[in-house]
Design a protein around this ligand. Structure first.
Ligand code: MOS
Length: 697
């Protein structure tokens, strides 16, 4: 148990510290870093889905005035490590997926670089490829672990026996689509290799973690940490796609090393992002639920099939939330992967929990319907006293309170009957639960220095637009027991002490803990009247840690949909979420995170779908004209609320992390509402009008 910080600055509706710079346009993003006389880099992408390069003619590109260099696998430097085949750019003649980079052109302007890239002639020996995920794919295999290091399969009791004898069962297959992260700021790296400088390599990279970014670059190029500096003050969204570096970071570095002393800029196009910066694997989820007549679960099982790339394994942990969400004596989760000739999948907001709260939460709705029990009540009846997976008590679990408060705010008790019609519109309401684990990373250090009457806190943290610039000073202020205005926080640079990735909703928990350790150490050492230059560091591993409890944030989402009886058109007049996510550090940035997650969940329900062309081996709708994301006009009244939750086990702030929970469960709530309105159960996302149209009256 931890004594939580006395919340003074914490909890305040402080405006974003970086807001003005962003609104005025003075905040510099990676691609617009002001550097002297930059050259521009444009990738050439493979036009076959699998095969070998048989010839690569760069003469026409090199003949263009203003083209500085053309790098291919034939002349590019040999990398120190090629273990990670996504990172090992331009090292061989092999093509593992369509869109893989086979050359880069460096030129005086971005236009010339692009023109040069178009002029590179590549010939291939194409091989037959396989990029179609199927539930019965002959090469399905069991990965050794699922991300980040969970057991692949778990089992307890006998699911089959319970299914055979239970009062009611649900056995259905659900699927989620392939999704691509589309942050507003496209991935970009500005790189400078200056061998005569003390720190020869500088990268201004759009990343969720400058230190992890640096570590990867050092490994691949065989450099020491001291030889590389990564700078990233602002990020225009990442959602996981900037949580680990991708090929372009290594290409930019390689290009910089080819033109020593001259900075280079590599900005991916929106279309290139559909093959080069990861995506969420499509998932196929076979669910089994069995319940007695009171609705108590007798069995819960999920068998997941998903894909990875042949060159790098990424095993989305889709079955993980089913392990802990509801009480049941018989349980099973499994994961099987097909390694296909496709781009490398990667992190996307709430990896695991986001797809993994779709099938199960729709199945719970189907079970409620078959039992004739209200879906809110069914969830409450299956509330586990302890974590069913580990047997640990919960640090705090307020799912029931979220369901009750959400139902109250939404007017759930008075919801219209199934198939309710108002004019040309069928009206339905749906509910689903949300969950996300509360994590803290093992590595992060904060340094606090007293300087000109202020406290300067330095840590290599990242603000993806989430609010780290704003909430970290709030935490430091309370830990130091000073006014927020007396604290300056500096982040986004490897010159500052090492910080963990902004991922897994763990940033604030991790960096805030390190800041608190440093602040306490500072007071112990220097008292309340420090001298200029007094300085200490604090590590997150010195912060109190509780392994005795299972720590998760929970939530409940309620949605109203209207389906047009003539056109199948879908409208979402209301989407409400209530969350139990520990102490909220800043209601302004928190609301934005929760609403952002819910919006992305709605987007998954209704719009997002990377349409995979199995003949070509590529995303057909690879731009924002055709890859639809939910916007303001797609939803009416959206509300995010939270409980006043006090959790003394998670960390000294009492915070649980809020970046990802909002996207979990949303799509299930929408599907459940569509069913209530129309009687049609859609089990494969997204809910497009063609799926409801044929079954409408
Ligand atoms: Mo998030 S997908 O953990 O960066």
């Amino acid at each position: 148990m931890t004594e939580l910080l006395e919340p003074r600055a914490i909890g305040r509706d402080t405006v974003r510290r970086d807001g003005e710079a962003k609104v005025r346009g003075t905040a510099t993003y990676a691609i617009e870093t002001p550097v002297q006389h930059p050259a521009y880099v444009h990738p050439v992408q493979a036009t076959v889905p699998l095969g070998r390069i048989t010839g690569i003619d760069t003469s026409a590109a090199e003949a263009i005035e203003g083209v500085v260099a053309v790098l291919t696998h034939e002349n590019a430097e040999r990398l120190a490590s090629t273990d990670d085949r996504e990172f090992a750019v331009l090292q061989s003649d092999e093509v593992a997926f369509r869109g893989q980079v086979v050359a880069v052109v460096v030129a005086e302007t971005s236009e010339l670089a692009r023109q040069g890239a178009d002029a590179v002639e590549v010939t291939y020996a194409e091989q037959p490829h396989d990029s179609a995920l199927r539930v019965d794919h002959p090469d399905l295999y069991k990965p050794e672990k699922i991300n980040p290091s969970f057991e692949t399969d778990t089992a307890e009791g006998d699911v089959a026996a319970a299914m055979a004898t239970a009062h009611v069962t649900v056995e259905e297959t659900y699927s989620t689509a392939m999704y691509h992260n589309n942050p507003l700021e496209m991935h970009a790296t500005t790189a400078l290799w200056d061998p005569s400088a003390e720190v020869p390599l500088t990268l201004w990279d759009s990343t969720q973690g400058v230190h992890p970014d640096r570590a990867a670059v050092c490994e691949v190029f065989g450099l020491e940490q001291e030889q590389v500096r990564v700078i990233c003050p602002f990020v225009g969204g990442g959602f996981g796609s900037k949580g680990t570096p991708h090929a372009h970071v290594f290409l930019a570095t390689m290009a910089a090393r080819a033109v020593p002393g001259r900075p280079v800029k590599l900005g991916l196009t929106r279309q290139q992002m559909f093959s080069l910066v990861g995506y969420r694997t499509p998932t196929i989820q076979r669910m089994q639920l069995a319940a007695d007549r009171t609705g108590r679960l007798q069995a819960i099982a999920i068998d997941v099939v998903e894909q990875t790339s042949r060159i790098k394994e990424f095993a989305e942990q889709t079955g993980v939330p089913t392990r802990m969400m509801y009480a049941s004596p018989n349980r099973r989760t499994t994961h099987r992967l097909a390694a296909l000739d496709v781009p490398v999948p990667s992190w996307m907001r709430a990896p695991g929990e986001c797809p993994g709260m779709f099938g199960p939460e729709v199945a719970m709705d189907e079970l409620a319907e078959r039992l004739g029990i209200d879906p809110v009540e069914l969830r409450i009846r299956n509330e586990p006293e302890r974590d069913p997976e580990t047997g640990k008590p919960w640090s705090s679990r307020n799912l029931v309170q979220c369901l009750r408060e959400g139902a109250e705010r939404f007017g759930w008790a008075d919801r219209p009957p199934a198939g309710h019609r108002e004019g040309a519109w069928l009206v339905g309401t749906g509910v689903a639960s949300s969950v996300y684990p509360t994590m803290r990373q093992a590595t992060s250090t904060a340094r606090i220095r007293y300087e000109d009457g202020r406290y300067v806190a330095e840590i290599g943290a990242a603000d993806l637009g989430t609010g780290a610039w704003t909430v970290l000073p709030q935490i430091a202020a309370d830990a130091l027991d000073v006014d927020e205005g007396d604290v300056e926080v500096r982040i986004g640079d490897t010159r500052y002490p090492i910080a963990s990735v902004a991922g897994g909703s763990s940033g604030t928990n991790t960096w805030g803990s390190a800041l608190t350790v440093a602040a306490r150490e500072f007071r112990t050492k220097f008292g309340r009247s420090p001298a200029d230059g007094d300085e200490v560091s604090g590590d997150v591993d010195q912060a109190s840690k509780d392994d005795a409890h299972a720590a998760y944030a929970f939530g409940a989402q309620f949605v109203e949909v209207r389906v047009n009886v003539d056109t199948g058109e879908l409208r979402v007049p209301r989407l409400y979420g209530v969350f139990g996510a520990g102490r909220i550090i800043n209601p302004r940035t928190a609301r934005s995170q929760l609403l952002g997650g819910m919006t992305m969940g709605l987007s998954m329900a209704l719009h997002e779908n990377s349409v995979w062309d199995t003949r070509l081996g590529q995303v057909a709708n690879h731009d924002l004209a055709e890859y639809h994301v939910t916007v303001n006009a797609d939803v009416g009244d959206m509300q995010a609320h939270w409980l006043d939750e006090h959790d003394p086990y998670v960390n000294v702030m009492g915070s649980k992390g809020i970046g990802e929970i909002g996207i979990t469960g949303t799509a299930a709530a929408v599907v459940n509402a569509v069913h209530r309105a129309t009687g049609i159960r859609i089990r494969d996302l997204p809910v497009t009008l063609d799926k409801v149209l044929t079954a409408l009256p």
